[in-house]
Design a protein around this ligand. Structure first.
Ligand code: TYD
Length: 146
């Protein structure tokens, strides 16, 4: 995976047991690989049923900390800390590693270019709370730079 340049982000390396002949086992633990206590997870899949130009995300969070993992297939993750923007191709094709990405607070993010077999896992440090979302890009810029 390319180097992450945006703020409030970074690679999240899961531990692999490496015994691929038995099926690959990847492990993430709170306060170890994942830099927070995990209160919620959610999964995105079934992209074979969506138009090829579909996008998810397009928001930032005020406080929520998350990590995103591509469990199968691939997609493009767009990150924007208000000064630096970056597009990262997330792919599960390298079976020897499972690198996720930290989606810290105050980081605008969106997902697109989903392969039909794409499966995404997100772990979060808090329950769903709509008041923590910033869904307007200009509001995001003023929130981050205030
Ligand atoms: P949202 O986070 O807006 O997804 P995206 O930004 O990819 O479009 O979530 C879509 C809907 O699902 C929205 O109505 C909020 C709801 N939702 C929950 O109720 N709980 C959750 O944990 C998540 C992630 C979403």
């Amino acid at each position: 995976m390319e180097k992450i340049k945006v703020k409030n982000s970074g690679p999240i390396e899961l531990t692999s047991k490496g015994d691929v002949e038995r099926g690959n086992l990847f492990i993430g633990e709170e306060m170890k690989n994942v830099p927070f206590d995990i209160k919620r997870f959610y999964v995105m899949r079934d992209f074979d049923k969506v138009p090829t130009d579909s996008t998810r995300g397009e928001h930032a969070h005020k406080k929520l900390e998350q990590c995103i993992f591509c469990l199968n297939g691939s997609f493009t993750l767009h990150l924007d800390d208000s000064t630096t923007k970056q597009d990262i191709v997330m792919s599960a094709s390298n079976s020897q590693s499972a690198t996720g990405i930290r989606l810290g607070a105050k980081l605008w993010h969106s997902m697109k270019n989903f392969s039909k077999d794409c499966v995404i896992l997100v772990v979060a440090n808090d329950y769903y709370d709509e008041t923590d979302y910033i869904r307007d890009y200009n509001e995001f810029l003023s929130y981050v730079n205030k």
